[in-house]
Design a protein around this ligand. Structure first.
Ligand code: AMP
Length: 435
């Protein structure tokens, strides 16, 4: 199926009578020509913004040992308890298709001793992630994230750097409508006491909560606060919030972050209910949402995770990062009509009739392509008329016609498609007419 955010590509048609034996798996999508141009544009923009912020790309494998994810994301989270694609391989090892990027980046950071090359490491990634969620608009089972991590510093200016990076990618893509919410989820010193306060508050209102929140009450009470269910919203309207129970260090960090955001002219809202779905966050948590998206309105989310590297076996190292959904960005951009069109057609289409002309055309096409020109020709032995139609369909800028006569005389007709103007050129003049 064609991606929903762009119209159907004109060349791709499906014969309804054709029996399709194999279909893509539920929750996965093909990215077809006509749609892939928007992806390439988005990827290029991400690369450019990352370069200006001096983050370097890292590519990690699509699967890792299961324990890496269950320990870092948290056994009790939805991702680990319900959504991971986990399998036992032929060596009886438990492996998991990565459900997110951070754990793998940190595994690689530790394994490859990246800290030795620089005390502050700024990395980004882009690639497919896998979660067995219920597919719906903006929610897939194989989806794509881009994200960034800055490892090795605890200054709130780095939290701001990461937030600005995420916002700048949106702006560079031309997205207009999005907003930033920030919170602090505390640390191992202040969170346990707050958790007790919250649990006591929730215990008095158990009957008013949704079933999902009732189930979360004991194991993950903080998540009850960011439930979208009206019953939970009502029952927790006056709930105590982490941001009002921070220890001195977390409070200072959070205040400084807000000051930096104000100082750098970044509109934001403090949302004391913001709790991310992954366990590893400490201090800062943030989310960027867009009203252009439907129910699944989160474009990006992230935060600080000062304890995670140590938990994964590295030296204690503070870090902060975020991840953003590529499909959701594309949906938001398409709602705004801000996606680029399909890529341009060839600079030259060579219409050739007869074996000698076809051979000449192929040699000429290779020669010009090797010089950097996009050149197309017919490979199906079609009639001149059908080749002209194909040149039109491919949106070629110019068409060169070659037959036995043209070869014998060494002169060719070059047609400029937009104006319809025809020029007679010699072989050596062709290149200079390609513009
Ligand atoms: P998370 O790793 O859950 O914090 O997600 C970060 C971002 O990835 C979200 O804000 C979404 O934009 C995107 N995302 C997460 N899960 C999915 C999914 N199943 N399908 C599409 N996008 C997703």
């Amino acid at each position: 199926m064609i991606f929903p955010y762009i119209g159907a590509h004109p060349t791709i048609t499906t014969d309804p009578s054709e029996r399709v034996k194999y279909r893509s798996i539920k929750g996965t999508k093909d990215i077809l020509p006509g749609d892939v141009e928007a992806w390439q544009h988005l990827e290029r923009t991400i690369q450019e913004v990352m370069q200006t912020y001096q983050y370097r790309e890292i590519r990690t494998p699509a699967f890792e040992s299961t324990a890496l994810f269950s320990r870092s994301i948290g056994e009790l989270t939805d991702i680990v308890s319900k959504e991971m694609y986990t399998f036992i391989d032929r060596s009886q090892e438990s492996l998991t298709l990565r459900p997110e990027g951070t754990a793998a980046v940190l595994r690689s950071y530790i394994q490859n001793s990246l800290a030795d090359t620089s005390p502050l490491t700024k990395l980004y990634y882009i690639g497919p992630m896998f979660r067995q969620e219920r597919p719906q608009a903006g929610r897939l089972r194989q989806f794509h994230q881009y994200g960034a991590e800055v490892i090795g510093g605890q200054d709130p200016i780095l939290d701001a750097d990461i937030i600005h990076l995420a916002l700048q990618v949106n702006r560079a893509l031309g997205l207009h409508q999005f907003s930033l919410r920030v919170n602090s989820v505390g640390c191992e010193r202040c969170r346990p006491a707050y958790r007790t306060i919250l649990t006591t508050f929730l215990a008095e209102r158990t009957a008013e909560l949704s079933d999902e929140s009732k189930a979360r009450l004991e194991l993950n009470p903080l998540r009850v606060l960011d439930s979208k269910d009206e019953r939970d919203r009502k029952a927790t309207a006056k709930a105590p919030l982490m941001k009002d129970h921070l220890c001195a260090e977390c409070r200072t960090h959070f205040e400084q972050l807000q000051e930096i955001l104000r100082h750098t002219g970044t509109p934001f809202e403090v949302d004391g209910r913001l709790v991310r779905g992954l366990d590893y966050y400490t201090k800062t948590a943030f989310e960027i949402t867009s009203p252009l998206l439907g129910a699944q309105d989160a474009l990006a989310g992230g935060g600080r995770y000062d304890l995670l590297i140590e938990q994964l076996g590295g030296k204690p190292t503070p870090a902060v990062g975020f991840a953003a959904g590529v499909e959701r960005l594309l949906i938001a951009l398409s709602k705004q009509n801000s996606l680029p069109g399909i890529s341009p057609g060839p600079r030259l289409y060579i219409v050739a009739l007869g074996d000698a002309a076809r051979q000449w055309a192929f040699r000429k096409a290779l020669e010009l392509r090797n010089k950097g020109y996009a050149v197309e020709m017919d490979f199906l032995g079609r009639s001149i008329k059908a080749q002209m139609r194909d040149a039109n369909r491919s949106q070629a800028t110019r068409v060169l016609v070659v037959g036995d006569n043209e070869l014998a005389q060494g002169s060719f007709q070059l047609k400029e498609m937009a104006s319809g103007q025809e020029t007679v050129v010699s072989e050596s003049q062709i290149e200079s007419h390609l513009g």
